[in-house]
Design a protein around this ligand. Structure first.
Ligand code: NAD
Length: 347
């Protein structure tokens, strides 16, 4: 088994979870970190015992020649971050969500992926929580509640903040199905803090048409109806699946249950960010090394992340056109900007 050398770009709060899991990974090692901010770099050396720190990404790549980079920065420069890695010979780039913001971002990444062969893996790590990874939830959706006809998917963060996680899991549970049409409404643009980089309407309510007559009500919205009893905004990742014979209720941190006709009691199972967050990130990361060793393709490979982005941006396109649209559809950067200006004017 090869031992792959990893470099971390971006030593913010999220990156701590990327580095912490290395203590339980034996096919990869974190050889260096890179951040523009000295205090952040130094904190990582001290807290995690990473051997080296850099303030310049290109210099770090040239000096360390890593096999893997973790790109844990805010979105906005993904093309440069990926292209620079590919030119330096990096084999796999783990990139935090959202992978893209505006329509052309994803086409640029697709070009880099195609032309250089670099593996791009989007950090939607929940796919590696045991009940999601082993197909338990997919099996309930497909086989235990009759014919699925409606899903309510909701998160209390905007489409580029929590939306990638919500859509990623939805597509996993639907067997990687892609939506065929969308109709959405939206309002609210916030240009401060986190929202200044995760640029998307703050409130989107979308209806998606998936194959086999499955409708999805997708509420990605700071006011969304989340999971009762949760406090942090990002804990409200929530799904209700309604089938002709039963129902599945699935939360991010308070378990799941399903019940179908004839069952006296619901069947309950674990779904817990608190218990599964660390292991999910560890197994997600380990799977990158295993893929490099010739193992299974990663569950969050580029094509999967692109399908998620295409579905999310499709809702914004529907808002722009003001009607139900077939997907995929044409939606340019100029139209995206026009929509944003319009939503700003509407307040
Ligand atoms: N997958 C998840 O569950 C999850 C959870 C939280 C956040 N995130 C995502 O993680 C990403 C990062 O979030 P964060 O809160 O840690 O961000 P942050 O802005 O606090 O940290 C990013 C760091 O990157 C550094 N940086 C940026 N460009 C650089 C460059 N060119 N060279 C060197 N350093 C550079 C900055 O100095 C900063 O310290 C976001 O995209 C966010 O959406 C994902």
């Amino acid at each position: 088994m090869a031992k792959y050398r990893s470099l971390l770009l971006g030593c913010g709060p999220r990156a701590k979870q990327h580095v912490a899991v290395y203590r339980e990974i034996d096919n990869m090692e974190m050889v260096a970190v890179c951040d523009l901010q000295q205090d952040r770099r130094e904190a990582f050396l001290k807290e995690f015992g990473v051997p080296k720190a850099y303030d310049d990404y290109e210099k770090a790549l040239a000096a360390e020649k890593p096999d893997v980079v973790h790109v844990v920065t805010q979105p906005g420069r993904r093309e440069w971050e990926m292209e620079t890695a590919a030119k330096a010979g990096v084999k796999a780039a783990i990139v935090e969500k959202p992978m893209a913001i505006i329509p052309s971002d994803i086409e640029k990444l697709a070009r880099i992926h195609r032309d250089t062969g670099i593996k791009i893996i989007v950090n939607c790590q929940r796919r590696y929580f045991p009940q999601f990874r082993d197909g338990t939830i997919r099996d309930i959706v497909e086989n235990k509640i009759g014919k699925l006809y409606l899903v309510r998917a909701s998160a209390k963060g905007n489409t580029m903040g929590m939306g990638p996680h919500l859509m990623d899991l939805l597509m996993l549970f639907l067997g990687e199905a892609k939506p065929e049409a969308a109709w959405a409404m939206a309002y609210g643009i916030n240009e401060e803090g986190y929202q200044a980089t995760h640029r998307a309407p703050e409130h989107i309510l979308a209806e998606y048409w998936f194959p086999d007559d499955i409708r999805v009500i997708f509420d990605c919205d700071t006011d969304a109806l989340g999971t009762p009893g949760e406090e942090s905004f990002w804990m409200h990742l929530h799904f209700d699946f309604l089938g002709s014979e039963g129902r599945l209720y699935l939360t991010q941190n308070k378990g799941y249950w399903y019940q179908s006709h004839g069952m006296a009691e619901p069947v309950r199972g674990e779904s817990s960010w608190d218990n599964q967050g660390f292991g999910g990130q560890r197994d997600f990361t380990k799977a990158v090394g295993e893929w490099l060793d010739g193992g299974e393709p990663h569950l969050n490979r580029f094509e999967v992340g692109k399908a998620v982005f295409d579905a999310l941006i499709g809702a914004q396109a529907s808002v722009y056109y003001g009607k139900k649209i077939d997907l995929p559809c044409d939606f340019s950067d100029e139209q995206w900007t026009e929509l944003r200006e319009q939503l700003k004017k509407n307040g």
